[in-house]
Design a protein around this ligand. Structure first.
Ligand SMILES: [Zn+2]
Length: 166
């Protein structure tokens, strides 16, 4: 059970460079693998990676390092916090981190509060009818890679936004 997920991941991924490294991940024996709540969140998070990386032929070490870094911290903080910080690192690595300047929908400047769409594209809360976050909190997340200004309920909203598509 505790390794089931990672095995599933191997079966579904046939990127040659990625597989041996994912296998080695099983041997770390993370303590949170026995914590149902944390394991469930891990599954939910990783499911997004499976979709995202499915068509990639060779996976860069970056993705493995990213997952390993998250796995090592998964039981030390709110896992959603870790997932979101690592997701921002992924967006930055892929050149997809959208600047926090204009609304993705109407192209007008953002105000003091902004919402985030799929792939964390910013928008006016009234343009997408979504939860609003203080822009300064999002800036700290996007610029510093740190989620510490965000509250747990905000992290939960962001986690759901992330799950809609990496
Ligand atoms: Zn707008």
């Amino acid at each position: 059970m505790q390794t089931g997920y990672l095995v599933d991941f191997e079966v579904q991924e046939d990127g040659k460079g990625f597989l041996p490294r994912m296998r080695s991940l099983r041997h770390y024996g993370f303590p949170w693998l026995f914590d149902r709540g944390r394991l469930l969140l891990w599954h939910q998070w990783i499911a997004g990676f499976e979709k995202h990386l499915r068509d990639t032929e060779t996976l860069e070490p970056f993705y493995f390092e990213l997952l390993l870094s998250a796995a090592k911290r998964w039981d030390r903080q709110n896992p959603k916090r870790i997932a979101i910080e690592h997701y921002v690192a992924l967006l930055r690595h892929e050149g997809r981190l959208y600047p926090l300047q204009a609304c993705y929908i109407c192209d007008k400047p953002l105000q003091k509060k902004a919402s985030l769409m799929t792939a964390f594209k910013p928008a006016h809360p009234e343009c997408i009818y979504a939860p609003a976050y203080a822009l300064e909190k999002l800036r700290f997340l996007f610029d510093e890679g740190k989620s510490l200004l965000l509250e747990d309920d905000e992290l939960s909203h962001l986690f759901e936004t992330m799950r809609k598509g990496l």
